[in-house]
Design a protein around this ligand. Structure first.
Ligand SMILES: Nc1nc2c(ncn2[C@@H]2O[C@H](COP(=O)(O)OP(=O)(O)OP(=O)(O)O)[C@@H](O)[C@H]2O)c(=O)[nH]1
Ligand SMILES: [Mg+2]
Length: 610
């Protein structure tokens, strides 16, 4: 076996927000990939619109820097558990990983999840305790719990021998010994060169695994991945080997390698490097691209199963077609199936109803990001409440269970444990730091977490942090009774007015402002009682000869509650839908008229009595 000493391939992994993308910023800056006067800003790799808005990484991405003549291919990954599929998709391109651990939070559930993945792939880990600049950092404790995590996960003794660096990604510094003053990231680069094995290469006919796809309006589909054997050059004849072993011939268009934020066109690339190639029109992630003489497939990428599902359907509301550019079943179906090409942990299925599709993902956020993406592209559709995906194993009904970690203050423990008890959560750990900060760890069925974030934020007044990671499937814990109150439903179509909304506020909270168009069956608020109630929010005050308009002005409404998309899909019950358009997110009852809903209740009562 030969090695390429001029390359290192690393993936950066961590729990959400531990500073991966910030560290990549610092690595890029120190490597002078930008002009001196170039304004590059922060979180440079998070280029997606939603990534920038939410301040999180959603997709794994490649970049590369050169240090002392060695090219370091860097893959930045998302830390949010819902995007774990992205880590699984790219991890096989690397030989080593930087495991970042926040110097205050310490190892979190997702730290464990990604480290386990890295160990299973045989990657050489480098531990980077990050954010050491923060005042209340607990570096010694964090290191010790990181060591415990390695002890728990290591499958061989050499995995326990990992280097540790102390970094401030924000300041762009790293040191090898605590207490040293950091100057730049040189110790980190040296560690990567010294400790991550250079890529092993096999000579022979070309073979690469496609780990990512990109599109370019001129160049068409771009396949990205690591070359495992041989070389590739523009115009080489190749084949792609698909899922079913089918072989499709192609001619390579152009070949690119990475440098900084650019792709460089090259005349040839060799095993060990990460490349982007054009010319393969129908290739998909997981396919192998190989030479004609030895069209052998590399092992396909393994992606964890989705845990949450919801339906996406053509918009059936009375306002359908008013705001979207793409509103038909065919357009929605095509777009959803296209998403599968790059969103590997997503599944889409047709259902018995031709206008409705079942979409399965790794969590509420995974699905919410898809919905938001579609709506910004101009799609209009309706979505149902997300449900946990159960399955039958050996004749037994099983359901997904997650580890829920909550960092909060002492005073919220009571309220949280009560809320979570109703959601079938089991407290497995509770740690208090003696300063009124407490970390609670629960095991909770996924179904119990749906919609929990809303209630959680309200209950802890936004002062706590919540994290979840998939644990596994367990025997079904039984049904959960919905604890949500009833909703306020518009009883007529029209424009909501102050007088009507004021009546509604006598019953609960409202979600809309005066002037909002409503239709019968649209949810306009939350009732303070368990039952739904229909209210005519378009109703004006009866005009009398008296100066009624002044009394109408005197009405002061409480500001409405604006539900975000994620909150909206967590809020609705099974008999409700979220209507999504580029301009609005509306909530509605599935059955729009009160007569239909009453009939439905009495027929379900009759079937229970039978
Ligand atoms: N004080 C301090 N803050 C940091 C440091 N590194 C990152 N941060 C901050 O931590 C937050 C999260 O940083 P990111 O780089 O987005 O974290 P990430 O790991 O890429 O997050 P995801 O990709 O969403 O998982 C940002 O507000 C950063 O400014 C550091 O070394 N010190
Ligand atoms: Mg990031």
């Amino acid at each position: 076996m030969n090695y390429r000493s001029d390359i290192r391939n690393i993936v950066i992994i961590a729990h959400v927000d531990h500073g991966k993308t910030t560290l990549v910023d610092a690595m890029l800056k120190q490597s002078k990939v930008f002009r001196d006067n170039q304004i590059v800003g922060k979180l440079i790799m998070d280029q997606g619109v939603l990534e920038r808005e939410k301040g999180i990484t959603i997709m794994a991405k490649n970049t590369a820097v050169v240090y002392r003549g060695v090219k370091i291919n860097i893959i930045d990954t998302p830390g949010h558990a819902d995007f774990s599929g992205e880590v699984e998709r790219v991890i096989s391109m690397a030989d080593g990983c930087l495991l970042l651990v926040d110097s205050i939070e310490g190892p979190m559930p997702q730290t464990k999840f990604v480290l386990r993945q890295a160990m299973a792939m045989g990657l050489k880990p480098i531990v980077v305790i990050n954010k050491v600049d923060r005042q209340n950092s607990r570096i010694a404790e964090v290191l010790s719990s990181t060591e415990d995590l390695f002890l728990e996960l290591a499958t061989s003794a050499d995995q326990l021998d990992f280097p540790v660096l102390y970094a401030s990604a924000q300041e762009g510094t790293a040191v090898t010994e605590l207490g040293m003053k950091g100057k730049d990231l040189t110790p980190l680069f040296e560690c990567i060169l010294g400790k991550v094995s250079p890529p092993q290469i096999e000579s022979g006919p070309f073979q690469m695994l496609v780990s990512n796809l990109d599109y370019d309006s001129h160049k068409g589909r771009i396949a990205i991945g690591r070359i495992w054997r041989g070389k590739v050059a523009p115009h080489d004849p190749v084949v792609s080997v698909g899922t079913d072993g089918s072989v499709t011939p192609y001619e390579i268009g152009e070949v690119f390698t990475y440098l900084g934020l650019k792709r460089l066109k090259v005349e040839e690339a060799e095993a060990g490097d990460i490349v982007a190639v054009t010319g393969l029109e129908k290739v998909t992630i997981g396919d192998t691209i190989a030479s004609l003489e030895r069209p052998e497939a590399l092992p396909r990428i393994k992606i964890g199963e989705p845990t949450v599902e919801m339906t996406f359907g053509v918009n059936t509301s009375p306002f359908a077609g008013r705001e979207g550019r793409f509103c038909t079943t065919r357009q929605l179906r095509e777009r959803l199936y296209k998403e599968l090409e790059t969103n590997l942990s997503l599944r889409v299925q047709d259902t018995d109803s031709p206008d409705t599709f079942l979409v399965k993902g790794r969590g509420e956020l995974h699905l919410a990001i898809l919905i938001e993406t579609l709506r910004r592209e101009g799609y209009e559709f309706e979505g149902s409440r997300p449900e946990a995906i159960t399955k039958i194993v050996d004749g037994k009904l099983m359901e997904p269970v997650e580890v829920l970690t909550i960092d909060t203050k002492d005073e919220y423990i009571g309220a949280l444990t009560e809320m979570l008890g109703k959601r079938q959560a089991q407290l497995t750990d509770m740690r208090n730091d003696g300063h009124n900060n407490v970390r609670l760890v629960f095991h909770v069925p996924t179904k119990g977490l749906i919609g929990f974030r809303n209630a959680f934020t309200t209950a802890t007044r936004g002062e706590s942090i919540i994290n979840t990671t998939f644990l596994g499937y367990e025997p079904y814990h039984g049904d959960i009774i919905s604890t949500r109150n009833g909703v306020l439903v518009a009883s007529e179509q029209g424009i909501a007015v102050t007088y009507g909304l004021n009546n509604a506020q006598g019953r609960g909270f409202t979600f809309i402002e005066p002037g909002t168009p409503v239709y019968e069956g649209m949810i306009i608020g939350l009732d303070s009682r368990p039952q739904d109630i229909a209210i005519n929010v378009c109703k004006e005050k009866k005009k009398t000869n008296m100066r009624s308009s002044t009394s109408d002005i005197a009405i002061k409404l409480t500001p409405s509650i604006q539900l975000s998309l994620e909150q909206a899909i967590g809020f609705i019950n099974n008999d409700e839908l979220v209507e999504v358009t580029p301009e609005n997110i509306r909530l509605r009852k599935k059955l729009l008229t009160q007569a239909q809903r009453l009939r439905d209740i009495s027929s379900s009562r009759r079937s229970i009595e039978k």
